[in-house]
Design a protein around this ligand. Structure first.
Ligand SMILES: [Zn+2]
Length: 491
């Protein structure tokens, strides 16, 4: 069998495995069924531990002057082989399972009442009661501390497997073949810190003075609550249908299905997310309630994923499977909610001071959140480089990034363990780049077409960004809109 024929066979099997996994994951997140993956991992092992296929791919990706698309395909597969050879390690799988089990079974008591992790997270995000808010945060930190050693062990295991595969560390495997590469990403993050540190200080002062409050988190929730009244007039699903129509993309509607937690018999939806079951035909969005400002932006972000997945016109699994830079074109959907056109059209607001307030509390423009993502990313890079206890590294980075806060690093600001737990340790980085570059794309389109809600814009995002799938790299796709788009510097 030729390499091409072997890849066609592998592609079909991987596509089936992914479909089964997607359905199971959907049921787990919406119905609370168990997420069994042992059988799927066995199936994956048959492909990813096939040494002769692995060697053939390595040879193919080394060939000079190869037809570009062919060598891209070999490299994408090779990346999957490397990542899966690390992630399918039995010790690593066991450790990750223990963490999940611990999360699902843990119950914390506040004032005599029991709360799950999901409840605690909801309280820290939405509660205006400062006692409850602080207690919930403390409980989450205690739960995290319990997992600290396990997280360090995950890093160690990933690095160990990566070295066996000939790489310096797991980071080199993760970024293998990705564009932009790890050095460009570090550069982007460093420039972002310089720009946003100033903005964050000004923003925090504005929040405190406009609410007469000393606490930034509290001030932000207070303003979001104030704005609730404007969002109450909104049916987000309807606004989305309207936008797809003006973009000429209404045919995608038959492929995108929106479910609310009310549809679920036992109300188990944990969060708002988009889950492609089968690309491009069956794309689902689960909605859970948040405060309205946050909800609309999160919902639009997930809609961005949905439009993207429903637009991919490729048959091969390897090209339908995007890398996480997909957050770039997707984030611009969330950024739409803080543009004048959207606010005027859907929230019916003309008052400039209210428009300004909406823009200032937008979650995708929150400068402190942006700095936190920078911190998380530099921390992860250091942790994978040094495999050390994170607390000291975190303290130094915190001082460097949030140095403008005179009170320094308070005890409530510890490193975020969740960043390592995720299957995707660089999830935060891709969102950060997505939010900044996504905003640049949006501003470019606005400037060139005068209005974001027109057919031209729909055509551009569809043809240039979404439909090629992973057959074209994200740097190329973004550059095809404008070559200045991919400068590693915020606006
Ligand atoms: Zn996303």
């Amino acid at each position: 069998m030729t390499l091409e024929e072997r890849l066609i066979k592998a592609d079909k099997l991987l596509s089936e495995i992914e479909h089964t996994y997607n359905l199971r994951w959907w049921n787990y997140a919406t119905l609370g069924t168990s997420l069994e993956t042992a059988d799927l991992n066995e199936e994956k092992r048959k492909i990813y531990f096939d040494d002769s296929l692995f060697e053939a791919l390595k040879e193919e990706s080394r060939k000079e002057g190869n037809y570009e698309a062919k060598s891209r395909k070999a490299k994408l597969y090779l990346h999957q082989f490397y990542i899966n050879r690390v992630e399918l390690d039995n010790n690593l799988l066991k450790l990750k399972n223990e963490i999940i089990e611990d999360e699902l079974s843990s119950v914390s008591t506040i004032a005599g009442k029991e709360y799950s992790i999901k409840d605690l997270i909801a309280i820290t995000q939405n509660s205006l009661d400062s006692y409850m808010h602080n207690e919930a945060r403390k409980r989450l930190e205690e739960l995290n501390e319990r997992k600290e050693e396990k997280f360090i062990e995950i890093i160690r295991l990933r690095n160990e497997s990566s070295r066996k595969l000939g790489f310096k560390s797991y980071i080199d495997i993760y970024f293998y073949g990705l564009e932009p590469n790890i050095c460009e990403c570090i550069d982007f993050v460093k420039k972002t810190i310089i720009y946003y540190a100033e903005e964050a200080e000004e923003w925090e002062n504005w929040l405190k003075s406009s609410t007469n409050s000393d606490e930034v988190d509290k001030a932000l929730r207070k303003i979001q609550e104030e704005l609730r009244v404007y969002y109450n007039v909104l049916t987000p699903e309807e606004t989305f249908i309207n936008i797809l129509k003006v973009w000429g993309l209404e045919k995608l509607l038959t492929r995108i299905h929106i479910f609310t937690y009310k549809d679920s018999p036992n109300k188990k939806h944990w969060w708002t997310f988009c889950q492609p079951i089968n690309i491009p035909d069956d794309i689902r969005i689960s909605i859970n309630e948040l405060n309205p400002v946050e909800f609309v932006e999160t919902f639009y972000h997930e809609l961005g994923h949905a439009i993207h997945c429903a637009s991919i016109e490729k048959n091969e699994w390897i090209f339908k499977k995007e890398d996480l830079f997909t957050e770039i074109p997707v984030s611009f959907m969330a950024n739409i909610c803080s543009k004048d056109e959207w606010i005027e059209m859907f929230l019916k607001i003309k008052d400039t001071s209210i428009k300004e307030k909406i823009k200032r509390v937008s979650i995708s423009r929150d400068p402190v959140a942006i700095l936190s993502r920078c911190l998380d990313f530099l921390l992860i890079v250091k942790l994978y480089e040094e495999e050390k206890n994170p607390n000291k590294i975190f303290g130094n980075l915190y001082k460097r990034i949030f140095g403008y806060r005179k009170q320094g690093c308070s005890s409530s600001k510890k490193w975020n363990f969740e960043i390592l737990f995720a299957e995707e340790p660089f999830y935060g980085l891709f969102h950060l780049i997505g939010e900044i570059v996504g905003e640049k794309i949006l501003d470019f389109l606005l400037k060139n077409y005068g209005n974001i809600f027109c057919k031209n814009v729909g055509e551009i995002i569809q043809n240039k960004l979404f439909s090629p799938g992973n057959s074209v790299s994200w740097t190329e796709r973004v550059n095809s809109i404008s070559p200045t788009m991919w400068e590693f510097h915020p606006n």
